[in-house]
Design a protein. Structure first.
Length: 298
């Protein structure tokens, strides 16, 4: 219960975004502009600054990264099983494959900040920084194969991958961050999480009739139930305790990234099935995230 109350404001921002989009006169173009601003500017600024200027404790982060990459790979394997098991059409399978392992980083960092403050955000930024290239690699590969796009070009244009790799490179090179640039990035980063959560809420919608419901149930179960258990088992096997375990379970239990819809629309032309996955997963995760953290990391 305590964990649920701590992270409640983060989920209330999602609900506020949903209400604003439904009850007030904000046109869809406004929210699409906000989503693009967060995806292409604000969130890359947050990731780059966190990684470029942070004290990257790889000794602590290394086992966490190993667990995170492992449960992401497990999510890919489990997600791929939906096609032979439930036989969704090729477009739906390609679009929704990513729903079993991609994660909403806005929610991750917001909840980490609520639970553990700056230390939690700094440590989680390193972990998700390592996960983002792998998750996007898997998503883009499936979509590019179906939609006929150039895989490497699509990966090179992904702002989350670019900002993550640039942040790691800047830090490892020991480059100083000029004061004016750091302050500008800080201002952009401060707006990333609240704007991102509002845009997540505004984008929530159910698109019926796209893909067999057992396949949708499978992808949701993989993302919201199977991966937290896999993460806990791997963390326990490596002897991790405390905040690292809680952050890993949080990351594994996250709903699908809202950018998965943008990617699906851009690469296969239809993201309606992904929109349903994001919407249902985000709403259900408001209950499952505090449940898993309390049960497995409490």
């Amino acid at each position: 219960m305590d964990i649920a109350l701590v992270i409640l404001p983060d989920f209330l921002l999602i609900v506020i975004g949903l209400v604003l989009a439904r009850l007030f006169g904000y046109q869809r173009g406004f929210w699409e502009g906000l989503e693009k601003l967060v995806y292409y500017v604000l969130f890359p600024a947050l990731l780059f600054r966190s990684l470029a200027t942070g004290n990257l404790d790889f000794a602590t982060a290394a086992p966490m990264i190993a667990v995170a990459l492992s449960f992401t790979a497990a999510g890919m394997l489990l997600s791929a099983l939906a096609r032979p098991l439930f036989k969704p059409d090729a477009k739906t399978a390609a679009a929704c494959f990513q729903c079993g392992f991609r994660f909403n980083t806005y929610i991750a960092l917001a909840v980490a900040a609520s639970l553990y403050g700056k230390d939690g955000v700094a440590l989680l930024a390193v972990v998700v920084g390592a996960m983002i290239p792998l998750a996007n690699f898997g998503a883009v590969a499936a979509l590019a194969r179906h939609g006929g796009h150039n895989f490497w070009l699509e990966l090179a244009k992904n702002p989350l991958v670019v900002s993550t790799l640039a942040g790691f490179a800047w830090n490892l090179a020991g480059l100083p961050m000029p004061g004016a640039a750091d302050h500008t990035l800080q201002l952009l980063a401060q707006t990333a999480l609240p704007a991102g959560l509002l845009s997540v809420g505004a984008a929530l919608r159910i698109e019926a009739g796209h893909g067999p419901w057992p396949a949708h149930a499978w992808w949701l179960t993989v993302k919201l139930a199977a991966l937290p258990l896999v993460a806990w088992g791997l963390a326990h096997a490596l002897g991790l305790t405390g905040m690292p375990v809680a952050l890993l379970i949080l990351t594994a239990a996250l709903p699908t990234a809202s950018s998965a819809y943008v990617l699906a629309v851009r690469m296969v032309g239809d993201g309606r099935a992904v929109a349903t996955q994001i919407t249902v997963g985000t709403l259900v995760s408001m209950l499952t995230i505090p449940f898993w953290i309390s049960l497995l990391a409490g």
